[in-house]
Design a protein around this ligand. Structure first.
Ligand code: BES
Ligand code: MN
Ligand code: ZN
Length: 505
């Protein structure tokens, strides 16, 4: 999507669609409707009075050939009650307007920015993100889809004067972040026959080449040489050979520390293995690589945004299959760390592949670890599909992640990590068991993973609930959400760098 600024006065601005918003329970001339010439505002007030224009959040009203404007159409989007309005709602209102434009078979819109002398960077980034995230549909395999039902141009009408450098940068940042999020959504949406570990690795390599990242892909032999017994145990049941994807963003001028390791669960299909899942909803397990796809999207964004911090992403990618070669309940495996694990349920495979990837990340020098994984059904019981579960013992890094989540509007909530839960995943014959029983499943899953982070600051994001939405919203198609790409990009691009207060302890 091309994003550009327009600087003409609104009355003479020739556009296909000029988009403004107004609030609920107020005059129609609230919000950015206030910036329109009086002729059209009079018409909008009449429509408000007759109930045709409500201002309700996401309600979209079209006015063809509006009087006093050069635009072909005016689109008035409802922004809800003004006291509940914020940047996150603005992102969604811009998204709803974008989907309304697409539904009409139109391909562009011109969004009117607020007329203010203040810096509009936050608003601009939100509008651009909202439009690009809304311009996504999981319809790749519909042969009758309207292929051209996409927005190609988003214009931003800067009516308070030419955009500042910071505002131009905000538009570009919004585009980069939203496109990276859509890249993640595309990967998550692919079915497992079209998203094998090898294909995921190829997509990572292609992305890395395009954006100038270093990318290394390890195959089964190299994974065996590294003694990744936990990762290999999961992989051994599948005919699709595993891959360990390693992406590196190491700007030479960045401080040596921190070196942040992003580890994403990359199970391209999770049948449950020998502890097989029920058939109902098993198809949803094509999304079990959402954590890995998240990290690839984050790397795509930071390769362009170029924060002054060193980052690596590691994605252990494999299927979890039942077969004559599959690992079995009762098996004892030796992880790369040397810790032994008794397998009580082959469906608790995510923590095993993460365990070895975390060990390897530390071997590569990472001194901060963040993992994202569709780890447990239990987190969906706790938080539903709205909120990502956040876990970690390092208060500072957990707080940073939560603050970034708040800044981006992606919902996250901290759940406890506490030594008393360790009892639950003790094994009678090995160091650890890979399941912790029925209670506190999200916590014991998280803590099992944390056992392999050692003393390194570590934050775990359980995105089993948030990776996908079955609910269509006015501003978002149903399907893959791209959570939590925006939070992690925010985190990495707002870290205080170069300061001595930025110690790791
Ligand atoms: N990939 C699943 C978790 C999952 C469930 C993600 C539903 C998205 C939607 C994970 O590998 C799994 O199967 N977890 C088990 C763990 C249990 C056996 C300890 C679970 O949650 O049932
Ligand atoms: Mn599983
Ligand atoms: Zn899984």
């Amino acid at each position: 999507m091309v994003v550009r600024f327009r600087e003409e006065p609104l009355a003479t601005l020739a556009a296909n669609v000029l988009a403004v918003f107004s609030f609920e329970g107020q005059a129609a001339s609230s919000g950015t409707v206030a910036h329109l010439p009086a002729t059209v505002r009079t018409l909008l007030e009449e429509m408000r009075n007759s109930g045709e224009l409500t201002g309700k959040a996401y309600d979209c009203t079209w006015i063809p050939k509006p009087p006093g404007l050069a635009t072909s159409r005016l689109l008035v989007a409802g922004a809800g009650k003004q006291d509940q309005f914020d940047t996150h709602l603005l992102r969604n209102v811009a998204g709803a307007a974008t989907r309304a434009v697409r539904a009409r078979g139109l391909h562009g819109l011109c969004w009117v920015l607020p007329e203010t002398q203040q810096d509009c960077s936050g608003e601009i980034q939100a509008v651009v993100e909202g439009a690009i995230l809304a311009d996504y549909d999981a319809d790749r395999y519909k042969t009758d889809r309207e292929r051209d039902r996409r927005i190609d141009t988003l214009e931003l009408a800067a009516i308070a004067g030419p955009p500042t450098e910071s505002e131009k940068a905000a538009a570009e940042r919004g585009r980069i972040i939203a496109e990276a999020t859509n890249f993640t959504r595309d990967l998550v949406n692919e079915p497992s026959n079209r998203m094998t570990p090898a294909i995921l690795a190829a997509r990572a390599q292609e992305m890395a080449r395009h954006y100038g990242l270093d990318c290394e892909v390890l195959g089964p032999e190299q994974i065996r040489e590294l003694k990744m017994g936990a990762f290999l145990a999961v992989a051994q049941g599948s005919d699709e050979p595993p891959r360990l994807i390693v992406l590196k963003y190491l700007p030479p001028q960045a401080p040596a520390s921190p070196l942040i390791g992003l580890v994403g669960k990359g199970i391209t299909f999770d049948t449950g293995g020998i502890s097989i899942k029920p058939a109902t909803d098993m198809h949803e397990m094509k999304t079990d690589m959402a954590g890995g796809a998240t990290m690839l999207g984050v790397m795509q964004a930071i390769a362009q945004l170029k924060p002054n911090v060193r980052v690596m992403a590691l994605v252990p990618a494999t299927e979890n299959m039942p077969s004559g070669k599959a690992y079995k309940p009762g098996d004892v495996i030796t992880s790369m760390s040397g810790k032994t694990v008794e397998i009580l349920n082959t469906d608790a495979e995510g923590r095993l592949v993460l365990a070895d990837a975390l060990t390897y990340a530390q071997q590569l020098g990472c001194n901060v670890l963040i993992d994202a994984a569709t780890l447990t059904g239990a987190v969906m019981i706790a938080l539903g599909t709205i909120t990502t579960g956040v876990f970690g013992r390092n208060k500072e890094w957990v707080a940073r992640v939560l603050a970034s989540a708040r800044a981006t509007g992606e919902r996250m909530w901290e759940l406890p990590v506490d030594d008393e839960y360790r009892e639950l995943y003790k094994s009678s014959i090995a160091d650890l068991a890979n399941t912790g029983g029925r209670y506190a499943g999200a916590i014991t899953g998280a803590m099992f993973v944390g056992e392999f982070a050692g003393e390194t600051p570590w934050v775990h994001l359980d995105i089993a609930g948030t990776r996908w939405s079955n609910e269509e919203k006015p501003y978002r198609a149903k399907g893959p959400t791209g959570h939590p790409v925006r939070t992690l990009v925010h985190l990495l691009t707002t870290l205080p760098t170069g300061s001595s207060s930025f110690a790791m302890e």
